[in-house]
Design a protein around this ligand. Structure first.
Ligand SMILES: C[S@@+](CC[C@H](N)C(=O)[O-])C[C@H]1O[C@@H](n2cnc3c(N)ncnc32)[C@H](O)[C@@H]1O
Length: 214
């Protein structure tokens, strides 16, 4: 397993495909916990950034049954994998998977009702740029849901130092993430934690009159 650990940042090749299968299976409890903190309307247009193996896209489209779900990932192999997982939904034009970085996306301003980001901010090359870009593509009142199973709280990162090093995870304290979201212009940020667990979620909302997206 440890030979695979460096794959989470940008899953590639055969080992990347193994990681995608593992993530699709093992991230289910965290994903369902995260999704329990947002309402999804049937006609929502949703983006999952860092979509990895594509299972979250698959789950989201079941909730947005008359909407559309997009996924992006900067790993070409994850795009391929996600497309396979969502083959039928892509054929029905209910899902689209694109290759791209969260820091600079091809989507127009004010496009999505919800952007989700599961287990991915740790790897973004420029977190404020990525947050700004997510805010740009959100509709006024749209929400970002960011969900993570790791935390920097003075204890977790010490106890899991080896894992953090092997997986190339770059953790920020919860307050710093909240402050960054506010600093790029999100109007409100709710931080949710789970007692006795490192799991954490951020629900950040764009202001209702923020039409230009910036
Ligand atoms: C640990 S995996 C999580 C995958 C999926 N969200 C899940 O929960 O199973 C992190 C994913 O984020 C992608 N990723 C990391 N940085 C990215 C960036 N800047 N832009 C787009 N995708 C990124 C990686 O390629 C990888 O597929």
């Amino acid at each position: 397993m440890f030979g695979l650990m460096d794959q989470f940042k940008r899953p590639t090749g055969l080992r990347g495909r193994l990681i995608a299968a593992l993530m699709n299976r093992n991230h289910k409890p965290l994903t369902l916990w995260g999704l329990s903190h947002v309402d999804i309307a049937p006609d929502d247009v949703i983006l999952d950034v860092g979509c990895g193996g594509g299972k979250t896209v698959n789950r989201l489209v079941q909730r947005a049954s008359q909407g559309k779900v997009f996924g992006i990932d900067y790993s070409p192999d994850m795009v391929k994998y996600s497309k396979k997982v969502n083959k039928q939904l892509i054929a029905e034009n209910r899902v689209e998977i694109l290759e791209g970085s969260v820091e600079k996306m091809v989507f127009p301003d004010n496009f999505f009702d919800l952007v989700t980001a599961f287990e991915t901010y740790y790897f973004w090359s420029n977190i404020p740029d990525a947050m700004r870009e997510i805010k740009r593509v959100l509709k006024p009142n749209g929400k970002l849901l960011m969900v993570n199973e790791m935390v920097k709280d003075g204890v977790y990162e010490v106890e899991h130092a080896k894992l953090i090093e092997k997986t190339h995870v770059c953790l920020l304290p919860l307050e710093e993430i909240r402050d960054l979201l506010l600093s790029v212009g999100f109007a409100t940020v709710q931080v949710v934690t789970e007692a006795g667990s490192p799991w954490n979620a951020f629900i950040a909302q764009k202001v209702s009159n923020d039409k230009k997206g910036k």
